[in-house]
Design a protein around this ligand. Structure first.
Ligand SMILES: Nc1ncnc2c1ncn2[C@@H]1O[C@H](COP(=O)(O)OP(=O)(O)OP(=O)(O)O)[C@@H](O)[C@H]1O
Ligand SMILES: [Mg+2]
Length: 338
């Protein structure tokens, strides 16, 4: 187990800069999720920690030691990828033990470690099967097992669940979380799925075009986004971005107003601070999403309790909210704090 430090980490391919200076001190045993849209640099960042990509400038430290010049196999890390690439002709047991065998680990030791990983991952009944005789979730567990038997200081995951169907993804997400807790191994986990990030992370790094826009605990980031990008990316449905004028909020020119859907409520139109026309409503059971068009054409979503009355399409309704939930962002998307 180990701490991991990224110190002003930059990456360029030729003249194209893709990572613009990421800093984080990761505690021993911490679960860090790197989240952001496609192409923002998540895999590049992870691969620099793994040693699969060179570092353009800055430093990666594992357990306090600079590892920039170290080969992947000398970094005491284990990676689990989206494409878990098991050897099709080998049994589960052989797949899990293969890395240790290559490393020259004694046979008895390999057997003991594979047995322990199989127990942890509930793979004991399948040890003699080939990968094609397993379900997707079981194959994913074998890939995890291969990482676990190495007893690395750091786990690196790159979208390990994206090949699984939605239900299995939820189940495996819980299993990975539990396993990481039990083993206490420092982990960096890449995903573009903000729900996965929220549920797995001790802290998350929200990446926006090669910049770590915000680093923090999921609920902190959700409640207090530093940028309009983070406010829009974390949370579903996303934060509404409105013009202060249409909402009757005093703010300088060019400022954007952000309000989360659950912070808005519908009121009678008469006397309301802002009004909108109902485009449609989506009753989802526990909650209903009401989509509105404001006078200036901006679209807004209100998330209300499933038991609340649902307005009719075309109705003009009022909007109410507490001034405390308003978020203001400058023209560059930076949060304006008062
Ligand atoms: N070998 C390369 N040469 C040039 N540009 C590259 C190279 N590898 C990646 N990039 C660019 O770096 C940026 C970040 O890529 P990266 O793979 O880290 O994104 P990502 O966040 O993991 O995206 P995804 O969610 O699609 O996997 C992208 O714009 C990509 O085109
Ligand atoms: Mg990627």
């Amino acid at each position: 187990m180990a701490t991991v430090t990224l110190d002003d980490l930059h990456k360029s391919y030729g003249k194209t800069a893709v990572i613009h200076g990421v800093d984080i001190d990761i505690a021993d045993g911490e679960f860090i999720v790197i989240v952001g849209p496609s192409g923002c640099g998540k895999s590049t960042l992870l691969r620099m920690v793994a040693g699969l990509e060179g570092v353009t400038s800055g430093e990666v430290r594992i357990a306090g030691q600079r590892v920039n010049e170290k080969e992947p196999m000398d970094r005491d890390i284990a990676m689990v990828f989206q494409n878990y690439a098991l050897y099709p002709h080998m049994s589960v047991r052989q797949n899990m033990g293969y890395g240790l065998k290559i490393a020259g680990t004694p046979k008895a030791e390999i057997e003991a470690r594979v047995a322990e990983a199989a127990r942890l991952l509930q793979l004991e009944p399948y040890l003699d099967r080939r990968p094609r005789e397993l379900s997707g979730g079981q194959r994913q567990r074998v890939a995890m097992g291969r990482a676990i038997v190495r007893r690395p200081a750091v786990f690196l995951f790159d979208e390990p669940l994206s090949n699984l169907d939605a239900k299995l993804r939820v189940q495996m997400r819980l299993e990975i979380k539990q396993l990481q807790r039990d083993l206490g191994v420092t982990s960096l986990y890449v995903t573009h799925d903000q729900v996965e990030a929220m549920t797995l992370a001790d802290r998350m790094i929200v990446m926006n075009a090669g910049v770590a826009d915000q680093i923090g605990a999921p609920l902190e980031v959700y409640a207090d986004p530093e940028t309009a990008f983070v406010a829009g990316f974390i949370g579903s449905p996303p934060t509404n971005f409105l013009t202060p004028a249409a909402m009757g909020v005093a703010a300088p020119e060019g400022v954007q107003l952000g309000i989360r859907p659950e912070h808005l409520s519908l009121t009678p139109a008469g006397g309301a601070q802002a009004t909108g026309r109902v485009l449609n409503a989506e009753p989802l059971g526990a909650e209903t999403l009401v989509h509105l068009k404001m006078a200036d054409g901006t679209l807004t979503t209100v998330r209300q309790d499933g038991t609340a009355p649902i307005p009719a399409e075309g109705d003009t309704v009022g909007l109410a909210w507490d001034a405390g939930v308003q978020m203001l962002f400058d023209a560059d998307g930076r949060r304006i704090r008062d």
